[in-house]
Design a binder for this molecule. Structure first.
Ligand code: B1M
Length: 216
């Protein structure tokens, strides 16, 4: 079986929410020497993007979406040990969470996986995280970065509030935002240091911002 078929298999099995099938394709990907990162992004994450589109068109419903997410996590479980991202020299800490009122955590979990693979220490606050918890965690952990995720226009408004608190209480912290309704422009308007459109970009942007701050 070729690389294209394996990536398509991972993608389709994720959409179908078929755990056995997706795990079997993940093992095939490793056996065939396919880059684990590519398998996650071009296979599983591509599948989740299709799921998102189908949901919007009313072709898929909540229970099916959750099965797809389970399948994606199962495949990532197989692929994760083989991820070889360029690692940060000295481990850096990132506090990561989904903002208040928002329980969409599939994207945040992907960001976490890629960050960990790159050597970051991730303090995962979970989802529907109150503003104060972000600020407290950053201060307690002396985190280098605070990463905030939001999938709804109604929840993303917590981001500028958190950023402004951090500017007062932990001004050296690098702030990063991401998620469906966010954009480069919005991130700038919120006063964030960085924005990333996907998990791969999140790692790249985090490294660039650390270099800019001095000390990657
Ligand atoms: Co809901 N949902 N949902 N949902 N859901 C959306 C977000 C929505 C756009 C669908 C729609 O109506 N068109 C819409 C929001 C509209 C708006 O903006 N206001 C919506 C809604 C309305 C709701 C409910 C209110 C529905 C209801 O109950 N009436 C409800 C909200 C509950 C709540 O949060 N309080 C709800 C519930 C749910 C489920 C529980 C069923 C489920 C979430 C399960 C879970 O996450 N555990 C769900 C899902 C799955 C979706 C869609 C279909 C898919 C989201 C997803 O997982 N995508 C979504 C439609 C869509 O996005 N088009 C939708 C796959 C994931 C890999 O991508 O999350 O974008 P994504 O993450 C990417 C990037 O954005 C980026 O990297 C990730 C990986 O590459 N990224 C970052 C994310 N965070 C980052 C942080 C960074 C950097 C990059 O730096 C820190």
């Amino acid at each position: 079986m070729g690389k294209k078929e394996i990536l398509e298999g991972l993608r389709d099995a994720t959409v179908e929410g078929d755990v056995d099938k997706v795990v079997s394709f993940a093992k095939k990907a490793i056996a065939e020497g396919i880059d684990a990162y590519e398998a996650i992004m071009e296979g599983c994450a591509a599948g989740m993007n299709i799921v998102s589109e189908k949901y919007e068109k009313g072709e898929m419903f909540v229970p099916e979406i959750l099965c797809s997410a389970e399948a994606m996590y199962a495949a990532i479980g197989v692929l994760k040990p083989y991820l070889k991202a360029e690692r940060v020299e000295t481990p850096k800490k990132i506090v990561l969470g989904v903002v208040r009122g928002d329980i969409h955590d599939i994207g945040k979990n992907l960001v976490k996986i890629m960050m960990e693979a790159a050597g970051f220490q991730v303090i995962d606050l979970g989802r529907d995280v109150p503003n104060e918890q972000f600020v407290e965690a950053v201060m307690r952990e002396q985190a280098d970065i605070c990463g905030m995720s939001a999938l709804m226009t109604t929840s993303m408004i917590a981001m500028p509030e958190i950023i402004s608190e951090l500017k007062k209480k932990a001004p050296k912290t690098i702030t990063m935002v991401g998620g469906g309704p966010l954009s480069e422009e919005l991130a700038r308007a919120y006063g964030a240091d960085g924005y990333a459109k996907d998990a791969a970009a999140a790692v790249r942007v985090a490294k660039e911002l650390l270099i800019k701050r001095g000390g990657a």
